[in-house]
Design a protein around this ligand. Sequence first.
Ligand code: PLP
Length: 470
Amino acid sequence: MQLRNAFRTRVEEGVLRPGTRLPSSRQLAADLGVSRSVVVEAYEQLCAEGYFVSQHGSGTSVAAAARDEIGSALTPGDRTPTAALRDLRTGGLHASTFPGQDWIRAVSAVVTSAGLRELGYAPPSGLPVVRHTLAGYLGRVRGVRTRPDHLMITSGFAQGLALLCRELRDRGHDTVGVEDPGHPGEWEFIADAGLRPVGLPVDTDGIRVDALAVSGVRAVLVTPASQFPTGATLSAQRREQLVAWAEAVDGYIVEDDFDAAFVAPAQRMPALQSLAPDRVIYAGSASKVLAPALRLGWLATPPTLTTPIERLRAGWDLGCSSLEQLAFARLIDTGAFDRHLRRLTADIQKRRQVVHQFVARELPGATLRNGHGGLQAYLELPARCAEEALVQAARRRSVLVRGGRFYALRADDRPPALVVGYAGLRGTELGRGLAGIAGAYRETMGRTGSRTPRVTPTAEPSGTGVRGGR
Ligand SMILES: Cc1ncc(COP(=O)(O)O)c(C=O)c1O
């Protein structure tokens, strides 16, 4: 009975997960110093009660049914069949875009040749050989002017930002300018570092430098390639103004270049950092071009910041996984990364077109802002369209999407908006998600009709296939 009760409690608490294999009765009996029949009897009882399943040849394991009961018991409010939800929130990236075979080949090559150095501790800033490859790549693709010893490999942009904010605070900053609308997660990182994010307006040319100039801040975080979430590219004139501002206030610009790869070729500009490597801290990430799961990012720092940031990092962790750094560098060196990006960006362009056509056809009165970059469409809605009601109406149609308010730092009188992330869904699922938004829009605008939305599902990208062998 003791044994049975102990197992039952652990299954109910979720400590023993469904599918977990249990030790054989012989082994457990030996471990516990009891006779085997005691264990056999407890196992049989638990099988009869549905906690365990026993299969000939594969032993005893925790039953799958136990998971559902326990799952719903632990999370009573969340019984939504999540598989049916279509997620059009920003941040998602469809798993099929990950170049699985390329990655496996790169990791395999790295592991096969790894010696003591590769398997040991690396400098916290990253392996020199990887920084060398990355410096070359960023120069070639983004015009970034840096050297390997001013590059740091970080655990995503998130860690880079957290480190930078701490350094800024140590230098006497108590505020950081941020784009508004922008990314609420970043504002939290800034606040966690003891700094106050100050919202600055953006228009179709990107951040408004005139507002920045009177804000009193001396550091600003921007997304010049494609303003998140409006998609505006920072114009050439604004770039010059921004750099002049940083010189004038003896300040810093943090350039978040995480989704530059997805800017339409005609709109693409070199990194802002190339204009002023002493004033701009350049930050990139593998999250949108490979997968967030890798937690790989990089910072190119002005020489004055390199050593202080390295010192901060050394007290933070002991660097990122060397094997993953090496695999990433190998992808770049072999050309596999370039090939992957060509497929991925073509795929994203196609999805973007589908969304744009959908907006023109199915959302009368909605205006697409910018639309040449990013992995999301920022839609301004007619003033009479209640943003939150629209989000809720979409939710009732099993579509998750966010309103513009979610991305706004200050509550002001900006028009209602919807931000549709299109990187997480593809093919018919994207089509169905958009159809749900169309229905929600008609309902919210008070024009619910019986017309079936004519949303053409995207064709699964063919031929070049971003699946990369998955
Ligand atoms: C605005 C913005 N910057 C940067 C990133 C990348 O962050 P990380 O590298 O920490 O995943 C994201 C990820 O979605 C983002 O939305």
